[in-house]
Design a protein around this ligand. Structure first.
Ligand code: ADP
Ligand code: RBF
Ligand code: MG
Length: 402
């Protein structure tokens, strides 16, 4: 069969639809730290290797990988004890978990296209409600939900995917699976399914290719449904657009003082980017996958500008921190540091990329700028120019000088 013959979709939950990986890593590494003195890099690697497993399987594996022992008896640590500790801490914090960027777009698209969907999660049923408490309704569209406690063997065993296909009443070969972990990819391939990997392990696409992924994409925004389902596309292609663009399901509003960046934009690229401090905007920027977006920008004084921006780590420069870098599509006579800049992000263009030369990076950014200005003249984007967030009250947002 070709991928296009797929008729049903099976979704993983953690790291695919909801952003649990950061929280789980934080909680579990703190507990491991209290138990044993281990190199933080070894702990991170171990956590990545158990990602996608059922909690109990993951605990067992983590104890082996990190050789954790019981502080009192010095015997091998008990998986139940480790699990009890992590469960208590996690149960108190599931409310912090956000949907993954692009998850609501994915669920809405599948519902509108009437594609039958199943959930195949390693999470046991008893935690599912707590995990989804802040996202009531997100799983309403599922034909069936398969949880980790319903199978003999968890991922990387294919059992849970076979169960999902049998509940959907479909041949596994007609299922497309979306997964964020190498273990999950392995499980779905072993079940004979077409697998799209959306990695939650950064910069290790090789792990997903080795696991057998048919496609590796950088975020759920990059899913091209038309490539594997008898469904249309929600990307907008138009003769005035050099590249297709994706409307975001919800407009994202970010604002803050313009800060100093790496000092590269104007100097190295000839393209100035008015950086915002990403730390206080973590919630908003986590709602967007790393990538190139466009929308509108406003500065105190009332004008509204077209804007194209990059969010992420700039692979070409391999930055150590995440940056929010809007390029306002306008020639300014002077710099505007410290003043408040407000942005509305309405569309997505592409993931961040690496380039062989600086000239290629510059050409691509200029092309993104052309795509953004053309898209912003079209609906549904143009109407967002009137967003109330872009209007400053008199005297509001003036900087402190400097
Ligand atoms: P930095 O690394 O400090 O961000 P850049 O070389 O990227 O320095 O320049 C960014 C600064 O240039 C912005 O903070 C802003 O003050 C100014 N600037 C001038 N024109 C623009 C523009 N069209 N878009 C964004 N910033 C601009
Ligand atoms: N940096 C990258 O490393 N890869 C990219 O694909 C990339 N795309 C960008 C697209 C736009 C529209 C803008 C404004 C910037 C982009 N950058 C990218 C970021 C660029 O490297 C950064 O602005 C400069 O390093 C200045 O800090
Ligand atoms: Mg900059």
């Amino acid at each position: 069969m070709t991928a296009r013959d797929a008729t049903h979709v099976i979704l993983d939950l953690d790291g695919t639809l909801i952003n649990t990986e950061q929280l789980v890593d934080e909680v579990v590494s703190a507990i491991v730290h209290d138990l044993a003195d281990r190199d933080p890099k070894a702990v991170r690697d171990a956590l990545e290797r158990v990602r996608g497993m059922r909690p109990r399987d993951g605990s067992e594996r983590l104890i082996d990988l990190l050789q954790l022992t019981d502080p009192k008896t010095s015997a091998r640590a008990s998986a139940d004890a480790l699990l009890a500790l992590t469960e208590a801490k996690l149960n108190a914090r599931w409310g912090e978990v956000a949907l993954m960027p692009g998850a609501s777009r994915l669920l809405r698209f599948l519902a509108d296209a009437e594609i039958p969907v199943a959930l195949a999660t390693s999470t046991p049923a008893k935690y599912l409600a707590a995990k989804m408490a802040s996202h009531a309704g997100a799983l309403d569209g599922m034909r069936c939900v398969c949880t980790g406690d319903e199978v003999e063997r968890g991922k990387p065993d294919p059992e849970i995917f076979r169960l999902a296909a049998s509940r959907l009443g479909v041949d596994p070969a007609r299922c497309v699976v979306i997964e964020d972990t190498p273990l999950g990819v392995r499980a779905a391939k072993a079940a004979g399914m077409h697998v799209v990997a959306v990695p939650s392990i950064a910069k290790r696409d090789d792990l997903y290719v080795d696991a057998g992924a048919d496609v590796v994409i950088s975020s759920l925004y990059d899913l091209d449904f038309a490539a594997f389902l008898p469904a249309g596309s929600d990307w907008i292609a138009h003769e005035t657009l050099l590249d297709p663009v994706l409307p975001l399901p919800e407009i994202v509003r970010v604002g803050g003082a313009v800060v100093k960046g790496f000092g590269r934009g104007s100097k190295v690229l000839g393209i100035p980017t008015a950086n915002l401090d990403a730390t206080p905007l973590k919630l908003q920027s986590d709602a967007l996958a790393p990538g190139i977006y466009f929308g509108h920008a406003a500065l105190p004084g009332g004008r509204i500008y077209d804007m194209v921006m990059s969010i992420g780590w700039n692979p070409f420069f391999d930055n150590a921190r995440k940056t929010i870098e809007p390029w306002l599509l306008h020639e300014f006579e002077s710099d505007f540091y410290d003043v408040e800049l407000r942005l509305t992000v309405v569309g997505y263009v592409r993931p961040e990329a690496n380039f062989t030369t600086l000239e290629c990076l510059i050409a691509r950014i200029r092309r993104d700028g052309d795509v953004a200005s053309a898209a912003l003249r079209m609906e549904p984007f143009a109407a967002h120019r009137n967003d109330a967030f872009l209007t400053f009250e008199a005297g509001e947002g003036e900087g402190g000088g400097g």
